[in-house]
Design a protein around this ligand. Sequence first.
Ligand SMILES: Cc1ncc(COP(=O)(O)O)c(C=O)c1O
Length: 414
Amino acid sequence: MTWWPETDEELNAPRVNEYKYVKEVLDYGWHNTSSPGINMRLEQTFADRFGVKYAITHNSGTGTMHTCLMAAGIGPGDEVIVPPITAAATAYVVIHQNAVPVFADIDPETFQIDAASIRDHITPHTRAIIPVALYGLAPDMDEIMALAREHDLVVIEDCAECYLAEYKGRLVGTIGDMGSFSFQGSKHMTCGDGGIVITDNAEYAKGVRWGMAFAYSSLEAESAPTTAPPKEVRQDPNFARHLALGWNYRLPELAAASALGQLERLEDLVGWRQAVAAGYAEVIADCDWLVPQRVPEGLTNTYWCYTVLLDTHEITWHQFRDKVVEFGGEPIYGAWRPVYLEPAFTEERFYGRGCPNHCPLYEGTPQKYAPGLCPVVESIQPRLFQFRTNYIRPRAQRQFDALAKAIAFFEGRS
Ligand SMILES: Cc1ncc(COP(=O)(O)O)c(C=O)c1O
């Protein structure tokens, strides 16, 4: 039976193991070089669940993608293809490596990065693609992987919003060279903030782990009880600690404890979102001007949110939203603006001195981050609604009722 809590108490009741593991951390106490090993357990459990060799926890689903790029050796002069509709993080991390984000357009029905547009944007400088599994559904990974193999590109799947979704029988996140997940507060499984990278490639796993924790020479691809080098090694004044550049993206053990408890019931957490999405689908089934995100055959959608396109010019986005609220619903989110239209991009407020797009090491033609760059996203994004899927049952029901009334109103049935 699908888990769909009726009350806030029911929502919190299954968090027994989260509390247990958090207590384990607190009871162990705080130490410099040792820990109760919860990150290690989280990594191993996650890797097992996804059927991969390596998993590396981080303190965000942004740091995860950054270290993936580091591990892949992406740097100045390189281009990385990203979608325009995503969290800015997907493009930010490219800039953090002093590489150039290149935006490909989206498919107008699935809202995912479009493989044909990726193909159009591949140049001799392209080194990687970050396809985002937007809203809980995978992009066309067969096409993307074919392009990547043809042009020798690294594929980093951004699965921040996508847990346990299937793409033609494979788990999303295990198809590219590396998969990146977020544990931020709105995600299927969360510990407030955090993230994890999965991969089957030992070199990438080691590179990611180095990027995550100061490139300590003692770190390997495999999980270990702590990121710190053993005491007897680090006490030696001649110990060479840092073999490369690395960040501190470590996930605190307390957060890992909460994430581990959530991971153990991930099926419930995903099934709940899918059940709420099915409720929305029923409400809009007969409405031909609210068009849901298309789910291609062979794929499952895990519905981080349920997204619909307002496919009429007779009603504005704001009119529909206001009407839902008037009928007792909660305000609805629109979709993110195309990332390249954010002031950070239009003004190129990056690293100063023109980097990365006008860096002497970059020999490509910089994209102009301005209206007109990706026409499909610019026509679709202003008309998208993202319906929340993490509602307890009565809240969801109120939202369904308000939506139904708003639809009836605009169809002149009430
Ligand atoms: C698609 C996507 N990518 C990346 C991120 C960044 O994750 P985080 O907030 O954990 O850094 C998010 C969510 O915030 C996201 O939705």
